[in-house]
Design a protein around this ligand. Structure first.
Ligand code: NAD
Length: 432
């Protein structure tokens, strides 16, 4: 009995210590700074610093070799004052409770900032999806969905794809949820294939949104896209679409990378050829007419635009001083540490912060959810028109706020989001 109690207590300690991840510290630090400038009520500060709900689940699945393996999964809901919570599902070997909690908090500020009727959530499984067969991946996804079933639903909490997950995984999640309910519930997840209630424009939505805010920034800086260069880290859903859509606007993409490293050509890369090369070879290294470079070297290249679109914490106090781009547009969530942020601001690098820059994904996810509820679907022109309107008006709101309050673009974005959440909490009060 004592041994059992000790085991449980050690397990709980392990989980609690996971909360103290570097990413959660960054999210809390950013929040504290913005809350301080906003002079936020201390009672509310304590409530918003922690997630409203965090579920840790064990996900046992039968591997193809007949053995059972148990994976650790998470779903965290940060705040639901504005509506159901919303956020992606990440499959990656580094996923932990603190990371998921940080990403959930950023989702709250992001949805509030761009005016969506959602709170923030995030989920994930600590797993390398590349090491699983397609059947193992399906069993993992279905069992995970069953484990987090009590928390999710179209009026409760709506997952979407993130790093390591895609439309097929969303289809399995939607099917598993629907099987338990007894009828099809397309609105339980977004980022699904079109044929089962997905929307036009979702696969490229985050990249498209990033490109809209980049073009507005260039316009304000009086730099023509044709005279601009861009460097992009990560060549997955976000990075590949940014590269493709920016090159269609005439921007010269001089370097791109994936987990294995980057490729660089100062005269510009032919992005449609790079996409074909990646499809065939699975990696970017070795692409003809380009020099292989490391992910660290890529970040320090001279370019008009730098877009980190892979993982968090890649721009730190160690390399911030070496960043030469004029504009840093954050495709990834949390790519810049607070220490690095201060250095970049001193260097007058214009930063379009993650919660604004990459909000195109959740904006079009919102469109998908609305269409699923109404069972009435829109065409791509309508999607892009609405996306452009929402993201560019948020961009100018943040820009004006930053000038008026003399704060950075990041602080302005966070303060706008936090302010909206604070106002809603004040109006709704504290139950009971
Ligand atoms: P993805 O899994 O499709 O692609 C990730 C890319 O990053 C891949 O090219 C991978 O090789 C690369 N990568 C992984 N680890 C790396 C490392 N250590 N160094 C360099 N490259 C590495 O993921 P995604 O959906 O494109 O998401 C990328 C980032 O954008 C994440 O931070 C995610 O949270 C954020 N984001 C995604 C969406 C979306 O709609 N998919 C929306 C908002 C924000």
């Amino acid at each position: 009995m004592e041994i059992q109690k000790q085991k449980i207590s050690n397990g709980v300690k392990e989980i609690i210590s996971e909360f103290e991840s570097p990413m959660h510290k960054i999210a809390k630090e950013q929040f504290e700074e913005a809350a301080e400038i906003l002079n936020l009520d201390p009672n509310l500060r304590d409530r918003l610093k922690k997630p409203a709900r965090a579920l840790v689940v064990s996900v046992p699945i039968k591997m193809d070799n007949g053995r059972v393996e148990v994976f650790q999964g998470y779903r965290v809901q940060h705040d639901s004052v504005l509506g159901p919570t919303k956020g992606g599902i990440r499959y990656h070997p580094d996923v932990n409770l603190g990371e998921v909690a940080a990403l959930a908090m950023w989702m709250t500020w992001k949805c509030a900032l761009v005016g969506l009727p959602y709170g923030g959530a995030k989920g994930g499984i600590r797993v390398d999806p590349n090491k699983l067969s397609i059947n193992e991946l399906e069993r993992l996804t279905r069992r995970f969905t069953a484990e987090i079933f009590p928390l999710i639903g179209p009026t409760q909490d709506i997952p979407a794809p993130d790093v390591g997950t895609n439309d097929q995984i969303m289809a399995w999640m939607m099917d598993t949820y629907s099987q338990q309910i007894g009828y099809s519930v397309p609105g339980v997840v977004t980022g699904k294939p079109i044929s089962i209630g997905g929307t036009y424009g979702r696969p490229e939505a985050t990249g498209q949104g990033l490109v809209y805010v980049i073009l507005e920034t260039l316009k304000n800086m009086k730099i023509s896209p044709k005279n601009s260069t861009a460097v992009i880290q990560g060549f997955g859903n976000v990075g590949e679409n940014v590269a493709r859509l920016l090159s269609e606007q005439g921007v010269k993409i001089i370097a791109v990378s994936d987990i294995q490293g980057g490729i660089y050509n100062k005269r510009g890369l032919n992005i449609s050829e790079v996409i074909k090369y990646k499809e065939k070879n699975k990696i970017l290294r070795g692409f003809p007419n380009a020099q292989n470079i490391t992910n660290d070297e890529l970040l320090e290249l001279s370019a008009t635009i730098l877009c980190p679109a892979a993982l968090s914490g890649v721009i730190t106090e160690k390399n911030a001083d070496k960043i030469k781009a004029k504009v840093l547009v954050e495709g990834a969530n949390g790519p810049t540490t607070p220490g690095a942020d201060k250095i970049l601001n001193k260097k007058n690098i214009f930063i379009i912060p993650d919660i604004l820059a990459n909000s195109g994904g959740v904006i079009v996810s919102y469109f998908e959810w609305v269409q699923d509820i109404e069972s009435y679907f829109w065409d791509i022109e309508e999607i892009n028109k609405k996306l452009f309107k929402i993201i560019t008006s948020a961009f100018y709101r943040v820009w004006d706020f930053s000038k008026k309050k003399k704060v950075s673009m990041r602080q302005a974005a966070l303060m706008s989001g936090i302010n909206k959440i604070a106002e809603a909490h004040k109006l709704r009060g504290l139950y009971p």
